[in-house]
Design a protein around this ligand. Structure first.
Ligand code: NAD
Length: 428
């Protein structure tokens, strides 16, 4: 879990300032992009199942929409803060730009823990969130999606509330919808698969065969599960995964030296990506403390849980064998840790490139919803591979040409595109 002193927005701004200096951005453009265009913070009153009234705090932040409607997920998390949402909205702007899709950056959240809420209470939170924002989101304005601890059901309740308020169908309002209700095939796999499309290209560049590699993964939710599945398919072996234990309120790592069995672990995992530790022990997994995943003797680390996990403190525990970091999560590495990776020449596939498969497929979902014509899964995943691979190759080429750290090269491409759009519109 992120420490109290950590501020994701301060980190996002530090990263931005560094690139703004590199690009020598004008002060107006810098000011515009350093802060969100619009922010909403509001109360969501919910009558709980026991009859009590409870107020939940909700957020939506629209960082920049110069390149197209805002796009970004909604998190349900007990430790959600406006600054985390601000940071995530800024990262969405760069993410859409780096894969060159015509969308801007937004993010939303609600301070709540779905583990302790009934389905009815969760539905009320979703509908209340939309009621507060019904005039400020929309298919041509700002398009939400699922994120940590939200899923297709939450999206459908939100869509239904929006369509009820506006009295018309707007399947393009929201993405991550259930397949058959405007959702895209391949969306569930998209983020995790996208991480591995970029990892495959990085290994190719390093002249390393995937079948000769081992990986350790933090998290066992949507992103981690599909990343592990495709990584296994291209020949790699995962020796360790970690997950959050809701009962103990702490995380654990699950290690199997000869490789974890994804299907076996999925059978003992709850819908929030929490692995049952006693069942895992029965299946022969070593159950270790939550931070052990980072110490594994592996070639690849895939942080796919939360922000601020690879920091000045934890980076000292990383094995010398590690050659690639593929960031499934948003903001898992702090700027201090980045400096160490850059000095050690460890290949970094930065978050907003590595995990852009989700938003790219969401964009495909919007396109399909607007056309009312839906593609086969192979078509979606094929298009995704093309988009992710070309984004990776462009960033890698710039990194080599200008001798830049991969995160910096990705930022240079993304920020240049957004700054140019702002300039073209007369905003900067
Ligand atoms: P999820 O809710 O499906 O899974 C989260 C996983 O992280 C769970 O296995 C949970 O047990 C684990 N976890 C939580 N706290 C932990 C801790 N302290 N230590 C170890 N494990 C912990 O979420 P997800 O959709 O897989 O998202 C994971 C990350 O990827 C987030 O940073 C999210 O913003 C980012 N992301 C997700 C998508 C997407 O399409 N789902 C897209 C882009 C980025």
């Amino acid at each position: 879990m992120a420490s109290k002193a950590f501020n994701a927005f301060a980190m996002a701004q530090t990263q931005f300032d560094h690139i703004a200096d590199l690009l020598d951005l004008e002060s107006g453009t810098r000011e515009l992009l350093r802060n969100p265009m619009r922010e909403y913070a509001f109360n969501i009153p919910v009558r709980m199942d026991n009859g009590e009234m409870k107020i939940f705090r909700g957020f939506r932040v629209q960082h920049n929409d110069a390149r197209g409607p805002g796009k970004g997920g909604i998190r349900f998390h007990p430790l959600e803060t406006i600054d985390t949402v601000r940071a995530l909205s800024m990262w969405m702007t760069w993410k859409c730009a780096v894969v060159d899709i015509p969308l801007g950056g937004s993010k939303g959240g609600v301070i709540c823990d779905p583990h302790n809420l009934s389905m009815r209470e969760q539905e009320q939170i979703c509908r209340g969130w939309v009621r507060q924002l019904a005039r400020d989101i929309g298919p041509l304005r700002d398009v939400p999606a699922p994120d940590v601890m939200t899923n297709a059901q939450h999206m459908l309740w939100m869509l239904d509330e929006f369509e009820t308020i506006h009295g018309m169908h707007y399947p393009g309002l929201i993405t991550g919808k259930p397949v058959g209700m405007g959702g895209s095939l391949g969306r569930t796999e998209a983020t995790g698969f996208g991480v591995i499309f970029t990892l495959r290209e990085a290994l190719n560049d390093l002249d390393i065969r995937p079948e000769d590699t081992l990986a350790s993964v933090q998290g066992f939710g949507n992103v981690a599960q599909y990343a592990i599945r495709l990584y296994n398919q291209i020949g790699g072996t995962v020796t360790c995964v970690s997950s959050w234990d809701q009962k103990d309120e702490t995380s654990y790592s699950f290690r199997k030296k000869d490789g974890i069995d994804i299907d076996q672990l999925l059978k003992i995992t709850d819908r929030f990506g929490g692995i049952d530790k006693s069942k895992a022990q029965d299946l022969g997994y070593e159950v270790l403390s939550g931070d052990k995943w980072i110490e594994e003797e592996v070639d690849i680390l895939i942080p796919a849980a939360l922000e601020n996990q690879v920091n000045a403190e934890t980076i000292t525990q990383i094995s010398n064998r590690v050659k690639v970091i593929a960031e499934g999560a948003n903001g898992p590495t702090t700027p201090e840790a980045d400096k160490v990776f850059a000095a050690k020449k460890i290949f970094m596939i930065p978050d907003f490139l590595a995990n852009a498969g989700g938003v790219t497929c969401s964009y495909f979902e919007q396109v399909q919803s607007n056309m009312n014509l839906y593609w086969e899964k192979d078509e979606v995943l094929g298009k995704l591979d093309v988009k992710m691979t070309s984004a990776f190759l462009a960033v890698n080429e710039l990194a080599k040409k200008k001798k830049l750290y991969m995160r910096d090269a990705a930022y240079v491409i993304a920020i240049n595109r957004v700054a140019q759009a702002c300039k073209d519109r007369g905003w900067a």
